[in-house]
Design a protein around this ligand. Structure first.
Ligand SMILES: Cc1ncc(COP(=O)(O)O)c(C=O)c1O
Length: 377
């Protein structure tokens, strides 16, 4: 059987990793400034993570949500503490798309409305509702098309006010990434997030903060929307939550009440997933990783800003986008094949840095040195 060929892959076979370093089958070392697409939050094979998952696997890997699963409550308590959102309720699932799917559905259950406001260049996932609020016609199949989504320009307060005025009692939710990832690392202005909050309050709409990529401590705060000093009604999470173990979730403000059967999942919140989630939060707390993300991220941004070939540097903490001019289209390739450094990309010509939150200053310097040498051949 062949694989269904949907990924353009690099000819590299990574077989092991430790911290922010990974190694191919020939034992060549690579620096991982990509975190396997923002997933590796506490570093590859972190000893505490390995120990906790291994211990759980020896006890019980899975049982269904039809029984008590105390480790889910333990995870919820820890997540409340580390994120500062103690009073929210946790629903667990398996991926970012699923988290957004549940968030949008829950919003509609809550207020009985159908329309969603999303933004240009947004990416929210590939399942039916998540892809419908994603601004990329190439990945929206005819069956996913719906009139219920209103796309607005990014960060346009007047357009947002107008959309609410035009559709008054129809808007169920507004979904926004605090920092657009796929969209090229665009930071949502604080005043824009505040405007979303006030309009959602005024029109009884639900504010959904897609924190799948920009959340979980990556920016130096637990949720990037926290910089604006406003709370969303629902935050969706995945990627860094399990450091590679597939786990996602939404946290929900108490005003949205649960009812039996409203949401559900077979795998979500299983014992192993919770062990992975707890290990991540324990390491984040013990090793002060949000602070590290802020410090090392600020350092990187400051140093990259000094480079004259760079058009713009955007982002916060360890979610960084470096926009390069068109004349430099091969920087990522050279970083990978000459200097053995993984980075991510975004259109038009943006290098995306999404490394583990415990990236060291030495790792950052290794990247900077290679980057400077690629820019000055
Ligand atoms: C902001 C955002 N939301 C949702 C998703 C979808 O997550 P997943 O691929 O886990 O379904 C992604 C994935 O890149 C993302 O960046």
């Amino acid at each position: 059987m062949n694989l269904f060929d949907v990924y353009p892959v690099n000819p590299i076979n990574i077989v092991r990793g430790q911290g922010s370093l990974v190694y191919d089958a020939q034992d060549t070392e690579y620096l991982d400034m990509y975190g396997g697409h923002a997933v590796i939050s506490i570093g590859h094979t972190h000893p505490h993570y390995v120990k906790r998952l291994e211990a759980q696997l020896h006890q019980l890997g899975f049982y269904s949500n039809s029984i008590e699963i105390p480790i889910q409550k333990e995870l919820a308590a820890k997540l409340g503490k580390v994120s500062g959102k103690d009073d929210y309720q946790l629903f667990m699932c398996n991926s970012g798309a699923e988290a957004n799917e549940n968030a949008l559905k829950l919003a509609s259950f809550y207020n009985g409305k159908k329309k969603v406001i999303a933004f240009r260049k947004a990416f929210h996932g590939r399942t039916s509702l998540a892809v419908a609020v994603t601004d990329n016609p190439k990945i929206v199949a005819p069956i996913n098309e719906t009139d219920n989504v209103i796309f607005l320009p990014w960060s346009d307060e007047a357009a947002l006010e107008q959309a609410f005025a035009d559709h008054k009692d129809e808007i169920s939710s507004v979904i926004i990434e605090g920092i657009q990832g796929v969209g090229g690392i665009q930071v949502a202005p604080e005043s824009f997030l505040q405007k979303i909050r006030s309009l959602c309050d005024e029109y009884n709409a639900v504010f959904i903060a897609d924190s799948v990529q920009c959340g979980y401590g990556r920016t130096g705060k637990f949720f990037s929307q926290d910089f604006a000093g406003v709370n969303a009604d629902i935050y969706s999470m995945a990627k860094g939550m399990g450091n590679g173990f597939p786990v996602g979730g939404i946290i929900i403000l108490p005003k949205i009440q649960p009812a039996y059967g409203m949401l559900g999942t077979t795998f979500g919140g299983n014992h192993l997933a919770c062990a992975a989630g707890l290990a991540v939060l324990e390491v984040m707390e013990q090793d002060n990783l949000m602070q590290n993300a802020a410090t090392v991220g600020d350092y990187l941004i400051k140093e990259i800003k000094k480079l004259e070939q760079v058009k713009e540097v955007r982002g916060r903490g360890l979610m960084i986008g470096i926009e390069l001019p068109e004349e430099l289209p091969n920087v990522r390739k050279e970083l990978l094949f000459k200097h053995h450094i993984f980075t991510g990309e975004a259109k038009p010509n943006v290098v995306r840095l999404l490394p583990a939150l415990n990236l060291t200053k030495a790792n950052a310097d290794r990247f900077l040195e290679a980057f400077v040498s690629v820019l000055n051949p």
